[in-house]
Design a protein around this ligand. Structure first.
Ligand SMILES: [Zn+2]
Length: 91
């Protein structure tokens, strides 16, 4: 049986960072207000683990910030744009 997953960007609201030092998971909400009144301010992913204070992988904060920008740009389109792991589900 072939399974296909169709994902709308709005379904990717939460991102979880894993600390490789203590296995703490930090979940970020892309819809959350990070600074009151500055909804369009740059999102700043944490660079270090809140539990052990070791730095996350150096590529992680930049990747999360980029993903958050994409989420906010695309999520408002709702189901007008979806993503699949395979070919067009209508094909
Ligand atoms: Zn940690």
């Amino acid at each position: 049986m072939h399974k296909q997953i169709v994902v709308s960007m709005k379904d990717l609201r939460f991102a979880t960072l894993l600390c490789s030092h203590c296995n703490t998971r930090v979940t970020l909400d892309f819809d959350a207000e990070f600074e009151p009144g500055t909804r369009h301010a740059p999102f700043n992913a944490p660079v270090e683990c809140p539990r052990c204070a070791n730095h996350f992988d150096s590529a992680l904060p930049g990747a999360v910030n980029t993903m958050q920008k994409a989420y906010r740009a695309v999520a408002k389109l709702n189901d007008a744009l979806t993503f699949t792991g395979d070919q067009d589900p209508e094909a």
